[in-house]
Design a protein around this ligand. Structure first.
Ligand SMILES: Nc1ncnc2c1ncn2[C@@H]1O[C@H](COP(=O)(O)OP(=O)(O)OP(=O)(O)O)[C@@H](O)[C@H]1O
Length: 808
């Protein structure tokens, strides 16, 4: 990874906040530096001495494997794989794209800055690989092919060991009851020997249930005998039948083989208690036999078909298709999580999945506002009739009239049992009493395990699709999602999508605002954490910076959202600057009026939002974000806020950049938290510039709190405020907000952010840097890769082929 260096003055005089004073070289700089620093002769002497033969080995000093010889053509191979399963991918390699496509299937992306990407092989990532049909051999062979050195025995054995037990057993739903199924009875017996699993068994018999395996939609998991055999035979039969030269006895022989296979294709199962479903799934994972969840929707004759298709104008993008391709194969839908950046179109991915399964679907969102948006998107992108799509929120409690339909609701509505009205209980009964083809869990990273357990207990669904932009939680519970929903199926690369114009390019900056002497004196006095936080947010210099930036960007024609988690500050700032603001208590009608004005009225170019605007707010007009107060070190919140401008309508305009500013009071706790918040985005390849001085600000006499008298009055206001004014906003129905933001300083080093020093004019293109980098606007040159409803066509074609092959 790029080496860190200390920033030059004036950035390094800030005493206790070294995270703010550290910056890293840009990738290009790093490479240039590395290259320049290599005195070739001295280096070759050094390399010979250390048995290394290349310029990058020293980055892996601790790794024994680097004693391994580089392959003679290593220059053409893009990967370094160390013996702990850490993988470094060179993004400048000509075969980068292929290697990236492969890695995304088998490993966890850790960091994808522009030149070097880092991935890790983990048990979860290998489980995901197996569940989408990768075999152990295929993984090892492909890694070996891309790697610059031979794979170490420990990596090979880790892959072998991890994948050999995966995909052997499945969890399936039959008539709303849960079963563990496998074609190998010994696996089930092994599971039943485990005390926890045995305790969760629903039937009291000793034996296993034995049934014929479904003929169509052969198992997609390689490694299982039946899957490999049946798939191969279906393929050979189809091939032979298509070949006019093929002797008829060969086709007959193949068919016989197929029949033979059918005879042995038995599945064995035992039933588990529905309420213990998650416990069983987790236990199976813990003992190294993780269960896969697949839904053979084509052969499901029990549940009614839903009349839904994508409209002709819906053209899913290539990455949406890739993600869905991981979910669907062999006419089966497998459960798992799709990770796409904010604004990249997760909703359409969910809608397309529902169009693929064509069975009743339930969508769960984090807020009533998202429910409304999901419904509108379903009607926009699919031909579903409006009465087949019901909404279950505190305001409307609908059911759909026919046998199949869609319900959109919130996690709160499904899981909270307190004070449920008669109508709500009726809808819950309706939801509980039926089988759902697909459960779509939006913003799935925010769902705590206990809540999701309640969800799956109430909703019997065959397949689950989790959608998120940030598979990230500050409480380290993200791994729970592997057993609650399924493995991660796909994760897009943010920078790639922004290069292609699917999401906007963003310039990120942290603006350091000196505390005024009177505010800092108070801040240094012993007082409550809340009071200190409020002093940092209300710092008059920060206020002025905010005002300055608003005016600057309004002049440029930007539409600006100012975010403040703190409602006291939100109101004070907005009122002083005569701007509209929305927070949790703002009535719905007023919210809509403000948002409408922001979108369509050229006199309303700035709005202030509390954290209710963090997620699911679709405001493609917004091109600039200013964050004045944020929730401690939450990387998730930072990424989601950035997401509000990634969908900028003008993203494909020539030279267009969106802007994301975080205003930070210098020498206060805000600096530490700010650095922590940025870690995720830095790993996605965003570089945060530090702005220490806003050019021209000091000369302005017309800014708020210019006089000492005004500043003293403001200070009095803050000192007289209650501690409650500094508290986090509580939003009705927001059951997740406060739980996941970290306040600790753990992991500080690892999450240190990449920063470069700069001024506002540089950032906005006033100096060379921005013009050199951004005037190229490759967005225009790039054609949007669209797939004309191709995914569903392929899906249908795949199903038809599977059927045809099986018939033949
Ligand atoms: N294939 C597509 N073709 C055209 N427009 C699309 C496509 N996919 C998504 N969009 C549009 O992109 C915008 C963002 O989509 P969406 O709201 O689903 O993003 P998201 O990934 O859910 O973001 P967030 O995480 O912020 O909620 C929407 O206006 C949507 O209509």
């Amino acid at each position: 990874m790029p080496p860190k260096r200390k920033a030059q003055a004036p950035l390094d005089d800030d005493g206790g906040f070294d995270s703010g004073a550290e910056e890293a070289l840009s990738d290009q700089e790093t490479f240039d530096k590395l290259r320049d620093s290599f005195d070739v002769k001295a280096m070759s002497r050094r390399l010979r001495a250390t048995h290394a033969t290349d310029p990058a080995s020293f980055l892996f000093k601790k790794c024994d494997q680097w004693d391994a010889q580089l392959k003679p053509d290593h220059i053409n191979r893009p990967l370094w794989v160390d013996d702990a399963g850490r993988i470094i991918l060179e993004s400048f390699s000509p075969i980068f794209k292929d290697a990236q496509d492969f890695l995304i299937n088998i490993a966890e992306p850790q960091s994808r800055v522009s030149r070097i990407h880092e991935y890790s092989l983990t048990a979860h990532s290998l489980f995901a690989a197996v569940s989408i049909g990768k075999s152990s051999k295929e993984i090892i062979d492909t890694l070996e092919r891309y790697s610059k050195t031979a794979l170490s025995p420990s990596v090979i054995s880790f892959i072998d060991k991890s994948t050999s037990s995966f995909g052997k057993a499945k969890i399936v739903l039959k008539k709303t009851l849960s079963y563990i199924e496998s074609d190998d009875p010994t696996i089930l017996q092994r599971l039943l020997k485990d005390a926890t699993i045995a305790e969760c068994r629903a039937d009291t018999t000793d034996g296993l249930i034995m049934e014929a395996a479904p003929r169509i939609g052969v198992m997609a998991i390689p490694g299982t005998k039946m899957a490999a055999g049946a798939n191969q035979v279906a393929h050979q039969v189809a091939e032979a039948a298509a070949d006019p030269q093929a002797p008829s006895d060969m086709i007959a022989a193949l068919r016989e083989e197929d029949d033979d296979d059918e005879e042995v294709a038995q599945v064995h199962s035992f039933q588990i208690k529905s309420e213990e479903r998650e416990r069983v799934v987790k236990r199976c994972q813990d003992i190294g036999l993780p269960l896969t969840e697949e839904y053979d929707y084509e052969t499901d004759m029990v549940n009614a078909k839903l009349d839904i298709d994508l409209r002709p104008h819906a053209q899913i993008r290539y990455y949406q298709e890739k993600a869905l391709g991981k979910m669907f194969s062999n006419s089966r839908a497998r459960s798992g999580i799709i990770v796409l950046p904010c604004g990249a179109g997760k909703t359409l991915v969910g809608i397309t999945a529902a169009c693929g399964v064509k069975k009743s679907t339930i969508v769960l969102c984090t807020s009533a506002m998202s429910v409304v948006q999901w419904r509108a998107e379903f009607l926009k992108w699919s031909n579903i009739s409006s009465e087949d799509i019901a909404v279950f929120t505190s305001e409307s409690k609908n059911r759909f009239p026919r046998n199949a339909g869609i319900i959109i609701s919130t996690y709160t509505m499904i899981t909270s049992t307190r004070n449920r009205s008669y109508d709500a209980e009726k809808v819950m009964e309706f939801i509980r009493s039926r089988e759902w083809g697909l459960l779509i869990a939006d913003e799935v990273h925010v769902v705590p395990a206990n809540i999701f357990k309640k969800v799956t207990y109430s909703i019997a669904s065959h397949a689950k699709l989790g959608l998120t932009a940030t598979l990230l939680r500050e409480d380290d519970k993200i791994e729970d999602l592997n057993f609650l929903i399924g493995p991660k199926l796909y994760e897009a690369n943010w920078q790639e999508l922004s290069e292609q114009g699917h999401i906007a390019k963003v310039q990120c900056a942290e603006v350091w605002c000196q505390m005024t002497p009177e505010f800092y004196t108070e801040w240094l006095k012993p007082s409550s954490v809340q009071k200190r936080a409020l002093l940092s947010i209300m710092n008059p210099r920060k206020f002025q910076a905010c005002q300055f930036l608003i005016e600057y960007h309004e002049r440029r024609g930007d539409k600006i959202i100012v975010f403040s988690d703190n409602v006291y500050a939100l109101e004070k700032y907005a009122k002083k600057l005569s701007k509209a603001y929305i927070y949790g208590d703002t009535p719905q009608a007023e919210r809509l009026r403000i948002l409408e004005n922001f979108q369509h009225n050229d006199q309303v170019n700035t709005i202030f939002l509390s954290k209710i605007g963090d997620t699911s707010l679709d405001l493609p007009e917004a091109t600039c974000l200013i964050q004045i107060s944020s929730h401690y070190g939450s990387r998730r919140q930072e990424a989601q806020r950035l997401g509000r401008i990634l969908r900028a309508k003008r993203r494909n305009d020539e030279g267009f950049n969106a802007f994301f500013y975080s205003l930070v009071s210098k020498d206060t706790d805000e600096m530490f938290y700010s650095s922590k918040r940025q870690a995720f985005l830095v790993d996605q390849g965003y570089a945060f510039k530090v702005i220490t001085r806003l050019e021209g600000l000091e000369k302005r006499t017309d800014l708020a709190f210019y006089t000492t008298h005004e500043r003293r009055e403001l200070l009095m206001d803050v000192l007289l405020s209650k501690d409650a004014d500094a508290a986090e906003e509580k939003i009705n129905g927001d059951m997740f907000g406060s739980k996941f933001a970290s306040t600790g300083r753990k992991g500080r080093k690892k999450n240190g952010a990449r920063r470069t020093a700069g001024t506002l004019s540089e950032l906005s293109g006033g100096q060379d840097m921005a013009y050199i980098e951004y005037n190229k606007s490759r967005n225009k040159e790039l054609k949007t890769k669209v797939v004309k409803n191709g995914f569903l066509r392929k899906l249908q074609r795949g199903t038809a082929n599977a059927k045809k092959a099986a018939k033949e």
